[in-house]
Design a protein around this ligand. Sequence first.
Ligand code: AMP
Ligand code: MG
Length: 493
Amino acid sequence: MSSTKIDLGVSFDNSYANELKGFYVSCHGDKAPTPVLVKLNQALAEELGISNSSAEQLADVFSGSEAPQGSAPLAQVYAGHQFGGFSPQLGDGRALLLGEVVDKSGQRQDIQLKGSGRTQFSRGGDGKAVLGAILREYILCEAMHALGIATTRALAVVTTGEPIYRTRYLPGAVLTRVAASHLRVGTFQYFAAQGEEDKLKQLAEYAIERHYPELKQTEQPYLGLICAVRDKQAELVAKWMLVGFVHGVMNTDNMTISGETIDYGPCAFMDNYDASALFSSIDQDGRYAYSNQPAMAQWDLARLAETLLPFISEDADDAIAQATEAIKAFWDIFKCHWLEGMRAKLGMTLELDGDYELCQQLLESMQGQAVDFTQLFRQLAVDLVTDSNDVESLFTDSKLFMQWQAQWQARLEKEPLSTAERASLMDAVNPVYIPRNHLVEAAIEAAEERSDYQPFEALISVLANPYTLQTDKEEFSLSAPASFGKFTTYCGT
Ligand code: AMP
Ligand code: MG
């Protein structure tokens, strides 16, 4: 091991480590037996200013084996409601914050390792991650980013050379995750549960400074923080809904203060539209099913609001009344984003009465019809320009859909656009490519079983431009074959 630290070419500026003593424990990653950099997100590395490091050095750093120059590695503490039940202490059980870097666009970013070993918060866990889950997160979060949806990013994948036992031995790996911060609703809940009001206030001030500095000048910055997070989450969840994404584990420790999607454990994009789509093996009651997502986000936000009550008003009833009003408003804000998105998906530029109902009716006509959600919207635009009605063949029974279609067509007559203009606007917001579960699984299997990263590379390359029809890439736009069966996802793998 060299005595001088590896220099990634970036200057770390570790505000969390410096300003929030008592909110974390300093620690270091495990030394990986044979770290190999199997993927570096070049574009993201450039944005962060990472330069002049060899693949070996990056493997050492991004496996957790060596802390780079300027980093102050730590594990953050947090709490959280998991499936409705409160765990007063969670924390980074297998994640290590290397530090923060201000990227080329001036945005402060956390650089965090996931799977680098046990920390004080590991409880019974091994602190490790397996290659399959790491590749899954890489594919899904980068696809999310390319879709234009706020998310944590994936910077690197390193295999450690250490077999990790799950239901069998699997190759160990570490993901380097980049995030606007790793502050969660659960971070606030931890200090609230401890009754540490001073720390809670310090945390809220830190969150405001880092994510919503415009609130500092306002009269009610803490209520403002609740509203700001609410607004971000309402927009985020609306965007998930518009692309058929099911997060799967919307626990309060998985809701970020920044409004970025985090935790790609049990999530999936649905092929066929189903309001109750659910993939997680452990979500027996469907708490986090597709159509429950806005309600669950609102529930999580209420947990955030609870922690900030003491700072909203000295009068407890008044604080509750103000926070309640803020949280109640979530639903309207969500609806607004959703409707705006649905209008765009359906080529409607005007805002007319009845649009919300019209959009809802489309979903109702799709329920139980095994209609591919992503293909449907692209096909609507294709049919417009070719003056055909191939979309109908996507339905088992198209009766309800045809009624809807007649209403939609009548609605379009009120619009100023030409058909070609409308179709191209629709194509700009309706993806051709989403991370199809069968393709994600095939890419993982090839890497895990045969160290073949070609399917992974091919998939992320197509998903990097989800709104553009790409030549010879039709297979990436198709639903899973029937032989793929029902898709199930697992937490914490
Ligand atoms: P998650 O399911 O990823 O949201 O994690 C919930 C909690 O479990 C967090 O405190 C994680 O840090 C912790 N955790 C998940 N997987 C592991 C693991 N393999 N080892 C240690 N802690 C873990
Ligand atoms: Mg999590």
